[in-house]
Design a protein around this ligand. Sequence first.
Ligand code: ATP
Ligand code: MG
Length: 174
Amino acid sequence: MRLFFACWPPASALPALHHHTERLRSHLGGRPVPRVRLHLTLAFLGEIDEARLAELCELAAVVASASTAGLLQFDSVGGWDNGIGWLAPSAPPAGLAELVERLNAALAAAGFVVERRRYRPHLTLLRAARQAWRPHPVAPLAWPLDHLALVASTLDARGTSYQELARWPLSAPQ
Ligand code: ATP
Ligand code: MG
């Protein structure tokens, strides 16, 4: 199964996400990501044997309880030259990098293959844009980084769909 760790947007963010998507599309063209698939990727695992799911869940539970919830402010939109139109936090809290590092360290220690490229937090709003677009500031959109979800991605005749397999809350701040 194809797996990744993610954090979902709060429902209250959806109107603003739709607005940003439409603005990006008017400048760049491209294909919007369907609302139910909008997510912040924390770590990509790729193809994983189902037999390792329990181990993965144990590791995620430990990482989540060792990590403190925080607030992300998504305040910048733009487009990369790979056709991705994105919304991103220009100054993510240290807790996000800590969570991602902890997750990757636990995954690597358990023998999973982890991403070597620098983590660039972003929310993909559209794909297959026809051009890049330099970052533009937008009104900050608050997004609580308060959980870690393990998600399976399936590609079939109807396209890609995601299924949440499990979710763990992050620890409340003191
Ligand atoms: P599709 O590829 O069908 O357009 P998708 O990209 O949403 O749909 P997946 O390719 O399964 O579905 O990706 C799931 C998540 O993992 C997405 O956030 C995607 O950007 C990320 N991802 C996919 N491949 C990689 C990779 N090689 N490295 C890092 N992240 C990846
Ligand atoms: Mg993909």
